[in-house]
Design a binder for this molecule. Structure first.
Ligand SMILES: NC(=O)c1ccc[n+]([C@@H]2O[C@H](COP(=O)([O-])OP(=O)(O)OC[C@H]3O[C@@H](n4cnc5c(N)ncnc54)[C@H](O)[C@@H]3O)[C@@H](O)[C@H]2O)c1
Length: 369
């Protein structure tokens, strides 16, 4: 199969969907890779690094015109719609429920669109979303620590403290992938940490993992209200799958926080868990409400594209290799990959996407025949 990797064109997107290691693995399985010139530059990967593993460096037109399987990071943008060809397969983040016009474009282009974010294992886990949550969770504390600096608008707190001065206090709302990764970094920095969740099993896992060095609390209004009053940093890390994030921190609670405390609401991409949060960008990440610094960047992994590219492709590559061996066979053999199919040659396959577009879903078995 010919596998194509165009350069990402979404503003600010610096990741790339394949690394030189992926090119080699595909070559060893007998596949040819076409990489658009400059596709890896944002992630610090030079064209020669792809070429030395056997990739052909080509123009964007050639990638789309020749590839049977196109690998991307972000969804195709309108200028890419006319490049898609009937029967071509596309593997990328799509988030179709939020962009109905893209779903229509994919249907009209007669392509097979497999979305990273809906690839799902039998236990319900989402293996191609997890790496970005790991990054966002770790970055949340690193960014929060920076904004706690006085010159950056914060309270002027060193999270670690020093002998004779207590460490900063970090509250993490949600003990999933983002929350646990945030707690890990906060612990590494020497902060004093509380983590809250509604799921007792998650709290048990945190208690085991950190050997009791992170305080676990049931998430309810009473506890949230209490811990926020002494927090120097709040990390919002909740998720209710498929729904808007629950608003757990009211504006009155924000007003009760210390002057110069920092809120990093990672859940902002699902609407946010703090009443006063709104999406911001990496170019202008923070704003202040009632003396509290708010950080609402909705695409945090974009700050560290090199790490993000390697983390993402480590997770996607095994699926890429399966798809390159033949798309129908791959999605039939691997049910997790089957869940990733959103659109199959004009038909909407993923039930949640079909529902969001108010159209009936066609079962995968039907389209596979
Ligand atoms: N901003 C970004 O750049 C970025 C990047 C990656 C992920 N995210 C977002 O971060 C959020 C968390 O992702 P995740 O992978 O950690 O999800 P996850 O499913 O692993 O964890 C979510 C946790 O929230 C808990 N939760 C649900 N309701 C709660 C409540 N009322 N109180 C406390 N906890 C509650 C769940 O029990 C679960 O443990 C998602 O919205 C995700 O989209 C944002």
């Amino acid at each position: 199969m010919i596998v194509g990797v165009p350069r990402e064109i979404k503003p600010g997107e610096q990741r790339v969907a394949l690394t030189p290691a992926g090119v080699r693995e595909l070559a060893e399985a007998g596949h040819q890779t076409l990489v658009e010139r400059g596709a890896g530059l944002g992630s610090g990967i030079r064209d020669e690094e792809f070429a030395s593993e056997g990739a052909a460096l080509v123009s964007v037109e050639e990638v789309w015109a020749r590839a049977d399987l196109v690998l991307k990071v972000k969804e195709p943008l309108p200028e890419e719609y006319p490049r898609m060809r009937a029967g071509q397969a596309l593997f990328t983040y799509l988030h179709l429920a939020a962009v109905p016009e893209l779903a229509r474009a994919l249907q009209a282009a007669d392509v097979i669109a497999v979305a990273y974010e809906t690839v799902q294992r039998a236990d319900g886990s989402l293996p191609l979303l997890a790496p970005m949550s790991e990054i966002a969770g770790r970055l949340a504390v690193q960014e929060g620590a920076f904004y706690l600096g006085k010159a950056h608008g914060g309270r002027g707190i060193l999270l670690a403290g020093v002998p004779g001065v207590p460490p900063g206090n970090v509250v993490v709302l949600g003990a999933g992938t983002v929350g646990i990764n945030a707690a890990r970094i906060a612990l590494g920095l020497g902060a004093d940490i509380s983590i809250l969740d509604v799921n007792l099993d998650r709290l048990r896992a945190v208690d085991d993992l950190f050997l009791g060095r992170v305080i676990t609390l049931m998430s309810n209004r009473f506890n949230i209200d209490r811990v926020l009053r002494r927090a120097d940093m709040l990390v919002g890390a909740v998720l209710v799958a498929g729904a808007r994030a629950p608003v757990l921190v009211t504006k009155e609670m924000v007003a009760s926080m210390k002057e110069g405390a920092v809120i990093v609401d990672v859940a902002v991409d699902q609407g946010g868990s703090v009443e006063t949060i709104r999406p911001t960008t990496l170019l202008d990440p923070t704003y202040v409400v009632t003396g509290v610094v708010h950080y609402g960047v909705a695409n945090m992994p974009a700050l560290v594209p090199r790490t993000s590219t390697f983390a993402l492709t480590n997770a996607t590559l095994p699926y890429v290799v399966q798809l390159a061996g033949g798309v129908p066979a791959a999605v039939r053999r691997n049910p997790a990959l089957g869940k990733g199919v959103n659109v199959w040659r004009g038909r909407l396959v993923h039930p949640a996407v079909a529902q969001a577009l108010d159209e009936p879903a066609t079962p995968l078995e039907t389209v596979l025949g």
